[in-house]
Ligand binder design. Structure first.
Ligand SMILES: [Zn+2]
Length: 552
């Protein structure tokens, strides 16, 4: 039976309803088609996992920029691309080298300079097992064969201690060698937290040592072997790119809608959960091509609907996976005045709505008294809402919350492909995501009729703190690599804020523990218990300061 022919027999109201339902599903289908196109491209192998600062990130940014142009939305301050640069630790400069009898060691395959090596040159003749003052010392890295077979052996610590002892005996440089053919050979650690030593130090592999030294030694007479360590380590930096577009309604306040578009690349930065640890593209369809596509969709809809009580700023963040770096950078950007932001909505992983549970997580409810009333409407009934009050979470809204902005965070939940190469476009629930987008739009539409929401601070939830008996209540800057832990924000009601620690402070000492970086910070923290009071040294505006922190 033909539906149209049948429809003309029905009363008018029913016909209208039928027509409306039809039109709606056509719009839904258009949204679904666009989501498939956007997520399909962003999560394709061509973009190589959209690692921050890579060619794949650049291609994704160009795609996003083009989408805004097609929707006739201008760049923010006439500019779509907002670069930000951050430190990723240390790297060995090209001019640095290790030579044995004027034969260069191939870095990093045959060896490398250690991250705590001084930027100096040392040169001398080397006689194995003869350790003389003023000479470069050739030393075995492992004391025991078992250490060379143990994945958990702290080779860096062993190397550091050997070098310190060599310095105290007058060595001008140290070349450590793998004396057992380690099962887990040392790799250069760009985030090493050891203080730089006074002499250059290097490491060569088992094979390189055999070729350069042992085979020579087999000959009848002791050859004259000379070693040169020419060390030059420098700060390694990455430049990522946020994309920002703006609807300027000449309103006093601006709404920020955001989603990160970067992902894990080939999984090289240590955030991958790929069990095989091989080099594979992490396509990041759900995380977060899904949120990126949702943001583009919402931007186009807001433009068409002419919502105008606020200005609308759309930000596609990069650097999220490396520690919310892009969102922190744009919050700090002088052109963005956080007191003029009405509220911020963050979308991270919207593509896996479960068709049987319909679970949708909404975070940040405690950041403004208005949220409770706003998030419940006709469309929210389509979901089983999981409410989280905290303004702090594992995504970019935290950066805005710490700047005093009311936030909402939307998320369809964690799954077994999370941070794995298998987070692919064919696993996205496109119809489900279209529903979520429609719901988020309804929240934005409702807010467009209301005045700027009031900000309230929230208690941080306790997820992810199981390893520690205590918490300090800070949000660390994971990109900071100048010694110590830089505080990006402090949580209301926690020990840090009570002790007077604030954003921008650098923690350098806790009790007797010197803090050189995140690793040291976590280790120090694990030593404290409830009710302990410790002296904490911070650097504020370049000057050291001491505060007393009481853990609770
Ligand atoms: Zn992620």
């Amino acid at each position: 039976m033909n539906v149209r022919a049948f429809a003309c027999l029905l009363p008018l109201t029913v016909i209208l309803q039928t027509y409306q339902a039809d039109a709606q599903s056509r719009a839904d289908r258009r949204v679904i088609e666009q989501l498939k196109k956007d997520i399909g491209y962003l999560a394709s192998d061509e973009l190589e996992g959209r690692g921050t600062g890579t060619e794949g990130e650049r291609k994704a940014a160009a795609y996003i920029e083009k989408a805004y142009k097609e929707a006739q939305i201008a760049g923010y301050n006439n500019n779509y691309i907002y670069p930000f640069t951050f430190s990723t630790g240390k790297e060995i400069a090209n001019i640095a080298h290790i030579t044995v009898n004027s034969d260069r060691i191939k870095m990093p395959e045959e060896g490398f300079l250690l991250p705590f090596s001084a930027n100096k040159r040392a040169y001398s003749e080397v006689i194995p097992d003869v350790l003389e003052r003023g000479n470069v010392w050739l030393m075995p890295l492992y004391e025991e064969k078992e250490d060379a077979q143990d994945a958990h052996f702290d080779w860096e610590k062993a190397a550091y201690e050997k070098c310190k002892s060599a310095i105290s005996h007058g060595a001008s440089g140290v070349l450590l060698y793998d004396n057992y053919g380690a099962k887990f050979p040392p790799e250069f650690n760009p985030k090493s937290e050891y203080d730089v030593l006074d002499i250059p130090v290097g490491y060569i592999s088992f094979k390189a040592y055999q070729q350069r030294f042992n085979e020579n030694q087999q000959r009848t007479t002791m050859p004259n072997l000379s070693v040169e360590l020419n060390s030059y380590l420098k700060k390694a930096e990455i430049t990522g790119h946020n994309v920002a577009a703006f609807i300027d309604n000449k309103a006093p306040y601006t709404v920020v809608l955001g989603a990160h578009y970067d992902h894990l690349g080939y999984g090289e930065d240590g955030n991958s959960l790929n069990a095989k640890k091989d080099r594979q593209i992490h396509n990041g369809a759900d995380d977060n091509a899904s949120g990126t596509a949702a943001l583009l969709q919402l931007a186009a809809q807001i433009k068409t609907a002419k919502l105008k009580h606020y200005n609308y700023l759309f930000i596609n963040f990069s650097g999220e996976e490396m520690g919310l770096i892009g969102s922190k950078a744009i919050v700090k950007d002088a052109k963005l005045d956080s007191t003029k932001i009405a509220y911020m909505i963050n979308m991270d992983m919207l593509g896996r709505l479960n068709d049987s549970t319909h679970k949708l997580t909404v975070g940040g409810i405690g950041t403004s008294p208005v949220w409770g009333g706003v998030i419940n409407n006709k469309l929210s009934k389509n979901f089983k809402m999981v409410i989280d009050s905290s303004g702090v979470g594992p995504s970019d809204h935290s950066s805005f919350y710490y700047a005093g902005v009311p936030v909402l965070f939307f998320f369809t939940g964690i799954h077994s492909d999370y941070h794995k190469p298998s987070d692919d476009a064919d696993k996205i629930n496109y119809a489900g995501e279209a529903q979520v987008i429609k719901y988020i739009y309804s929240v934005i539409e409702k807010m467009d009729k209301q005045s700027k929401p009031v900000f309230t601070a929230t208690k941080q939830n306790s997820v992810g703190k199981v390893r520690f008996k205590v918490t300090l209540g800070i949000m660390p800057d994971y990109s900071f690599a100048d010694g110590g832990v830089r505080v990006d924000g402090v949580t209301e009601g926690k020990p840090a804020i009570k002790a007077g620690i604030k954003g921008g402070d650098i923690i350098t000492q806790m009790g007797e523990h010197k803090i050189n970086g995140m690793q040291g910070y976590m280790e120090a923290l694990s030593n404290f218990a409830k009710d302990d009071t410790v002296d904490v040294t911070i650097m504020r505006d370049g000057k050291p300061m001491q505060v007393k922190v009481t853990f609770e």
